[in-house]
Design a protein around this ligand. Structure first.
Ligand code: HEM
Length: 293
């Protein structure tokens, strides 16, 4: 998928460049919110006219995974889940009727081999495609906007990186440590257990605070220091059997974007305070104002 990601990156940076010629621009709206939905949308062969809808439904849906969601956030999330169910059940039905070369058609073919009940296969593929979209959009958008924010806030490191693009993957790992896109991973205890001296009863839910772990001085020297040469492991993609399936894709999008951005817009600077969504679990930058030096 690399060449199509590079093409998309250049197209998005062309638009950013045009906006910057006449003033400040919002990096989130023009680039970091766009690249993940275009990448996943092209891969799944979804109509590009649907991308804005999918992006906005995803923003609303993830409130259900928040630490302390309000009633109105849960209502928003419920509505979004309903619309996403409608969208992706229709998609699965259409791909069942007219199979193509896309992943959804391939998953249906695989499930049909495993599962003689067609309705059960359709339901399984529906969950898979929905999960894939939810897992891929908010998270990747955050690593893209977060990387650019942190590099613009640390111009010496940005300049160092521009002449040493081979260090871009390491810089992306430091972004993932310093400001993890997902701050919480949930688990349910299958039996009574004691974890780090804390008793957890069977069926109790535990929230693993990944963002906090990444700033634990017992694990990282000087954890509040953003240092792209650190090369320390992190938990941003989880661990164990559920380790993120899309981590290579997210890394590739970030690498393509930073490589092109550092070459094409070396003097980019922050043009105002970034605005954050008021959330804990899924971090989100709503706007990131940028301008030319
Ligand atoms: C920077 C971007 C991303 C971050 C930070 C991220 C983070 C995570 C985390 C923390 C988990 C583990 C959840 C758990 O253990 O409960 C996970 C699982 C998963 N992610 Fe990602 N993800 C990213 C991008 C993507 C993308 C682009 C895709 C799809 C194309 C994707 C697909 C998945 C899937 C399918 C799983 C479930 C794996 C399993 O349960 O076996 N992710 N991700």
């Amino acid at each position: 998928m690399k060449s199509s990601i590079e093409r998309t990156v250049n197209r998005l940076l062309d638009r950013l460049d045009e906006e910057l010629a006449v003033g400040t621009a919002d990096f989130c709206a023009l680039v970091s919110d766009e690249l993940p939905v275009i990448t996943i949308g092209e891969w799944l062969q979804l109509p590009s006219a649907d991308y804005p809808l999918l992006r906005s439904l995803t923003h609303d849906q993830v409130f259900t995974q928040e630490l302390f969601p309000t009633r109105s956030q849960l209502a928003l999330s419920d509505r979004a889940t309903g619309q996403l169910r409608e969208y992706f059940t229709t998609l699965v039905r259409e791909r069942r009727r007219n199979p193509g070369t896309d992943p959804v058609s391939s998953w249906l073919a695989v499930w049909d081999d495993l599962e003689c009940d067609r309705a059960a296969a359709d339901e399984a593929v529906f969950h898979l495609v929905l999960f894939m979209v939810l897992a891929a959009l908010e998270t990747t958008a955050h690593v893209l906007s977060g990387a650019v924010r942190l590099l613009l806030e640390h111009p010496r490191q940005r300049d160092w990186l521009r002449t040493r693009p081979e260090h871009i993957p390491g810089a992306i790992d430091e972004v993932l440590r310093y400001d993890a896109p997902i701050h919480m991973i949930s688990r349910v205890a299958p039996e009574d257990t004691v974890l780090a001296g804390v008793t957890i009863r069977e069926n109790e839910m535990v929230q693993l605070m990944v963002g906090a772990a990444h700033h634990d001085p017992r694990q990282y020297a000087d954890p509040e220091l953003f240092d792209i040469r650190r090369r320390s492991p992190h938990l941003s993609f989880g661990g164990g059997i559920h380790f993120c399936l899309g981590n290579a894709l997210a890394r590739m999008e970030a690498e393509c974007l930073l490589t092109a951005l550092l070459q094409r817009l070396p003097g980019l600077r922050l043009a105002g305070a970034p605005v954050w969504a008021s959330r804990v679990a899924f971090r989100r930058l709503i706007t990131l104002p940028v301008a030319r030096a």
